[in-house]
Design a binder for this molecule. Structure first.
Ligand code: HPA
Ligand code: ZN
Length: 335
């Protein structure tokens, strides 16, 4: 089964590009930019990646992002992630970036997006990996700050397919950003939001109702409401689930306790994603392997995660059909 998972064509829909910053690259960028790091080596830094909840992770994650300063840094970050996608047979990826993490430190919006975009274009041309970019608002910051970020994004609208919502879920419910998301939709952006990771099922309802999302990021706490699970099945609202992240941030005690396979079997449109792979112990293949080691599944069930992700992606129907064919062809040749 491990070889089947390794070779399976995959689609990633929940990846924070800043969360793919490996300690080795972080050290290299810090040195290039003349910054000091309070750790002696990448290995020592990696050992510090023990988290008890979302906030304890975010504190370290925002610190790590300080190493990113120039357009070349954002290019190098994105290119390194795309090379990992290539190893994991990822055909298509939809990437989050957090402009406010950088503009708050005086790095321009253009520096961030131009570096990321240049790598994505090269990834498409030389690695054959297609991609889209999703701009997230940091929910611990104000509505006003999000509105300003939205206006900064307008000149780059052709490079951004959707807006999202990330950072601390507790105390910052979807309704705080209802007006921002209405403005974003008017400007032509699709919308997604993190909801039901650490926050209650109500946040999932509200992300759907108040923010008009096309997908819910995480969403695993939907099981606290039977009616919500029914609604998710009926509407086929996709959930971008991040199994290793959920274990690292103690959303579930162990992978055996994770509900992703139960949701899949109920007919919820769940997908597997890596979230912040440099911090949570693995990329796409690692996440698939971790789920399959804890839950016995058939090859058809494993491939369904990719088929769900293709349906849930923001690519045109023709490309979706071509990607489905690749998965079905692989499944037929492997069974
Ligand atoms: N949740 C919320 N915010 C985030 C995450 C996450 O898993 N990763 C990066 N920012
Ligand atoms: Zn996330």
């Amino acid at each position: 089964m491990n070889a089947f998972i390794q070779g399976l064509p995959k689609v990633e829909l929940h990846l924070h590009i800043e969360g793919s910053l490996e300690p080795e690259l972080l050290f290299k960028l810090a040195q290039r930019n003349g910054l000091s790091i309070p750790y002696d080596s990448p290995e020592e830094l990696r050992k510090a990646y023990e988290f008890e909840d979302l906030q304890s992770f975010l504190d370290i994650y925002y610190q790590g992002a300080n190493a990113l300063q120039t357009e070349q840094d954002f290019y190098d970050l994105t290119w390194a992630y795309l090379k990992r996608c290539e190893q994991d047979n990822v055909m298509h990826t939809e990437i989050f970036f957090d402009p406010q993490t950088h503009t708050e430190r005086g790095i321009s919006f253009g520096t961030v997006i131009n570096g990321i975009d240049r790598a994505l274009k090269e990834g498409e041309e030389s690695l054959g990996i297609s991609s889209q970019l999703i701009m997230c608002f940091l929910r611990h910051l104000s509505e006003q700050a999000a509105l300003e970020t939205l206006s900064q994004a307008l000149p780059y609208k052709d490079k951004i397919i959707a807006v999202g919502l990330d950072s601390s879920e507790k105390g910052h419910p979807p309704e705080k950003f209802a007006r921002v998301f209405t403005e974003a939709r008017k400007a032509g952006f699709l919308t997604v939001a993190h909801a039901g990771e650490e926050g209650p099922a109500q946040n999932i309802y509200d992300a759907i109702e108040l923010l008009g999302v096309s997908r819910v990021d995480h969403g695993v706490r939907c099981v606290e409401s039977d009616a919500l699970v029914e609604q998710l099945i009926e509407s086929q609202m996709p959930l971008t689930v991040c199994p290793l992240s959920n274990i690292k941030l103690c959303v579930f005690e162990s992978m055996a306790d994770h509900n992703i396979v139960e949701l899949l079997r109920k007919g919820v449109a769940v997908t597997i994603n890596s979230d912040d792979p440099a911090y949570f112990g693995g990329y796409m293949t690692d996440n698939f392997l971790a789920v399959s080691q804890a839950h016995k599944m058939s090859k058809e069930e494993i491939a369904k995660f990719t088929l769900n992700a293709i349906d849930a992606s923001f690519i045109d129907n023709e490309k979706k059909q071509a990607y489905r064919q690749r998965v079905n062809h692989y499944l037929n040749s492997e069974s």
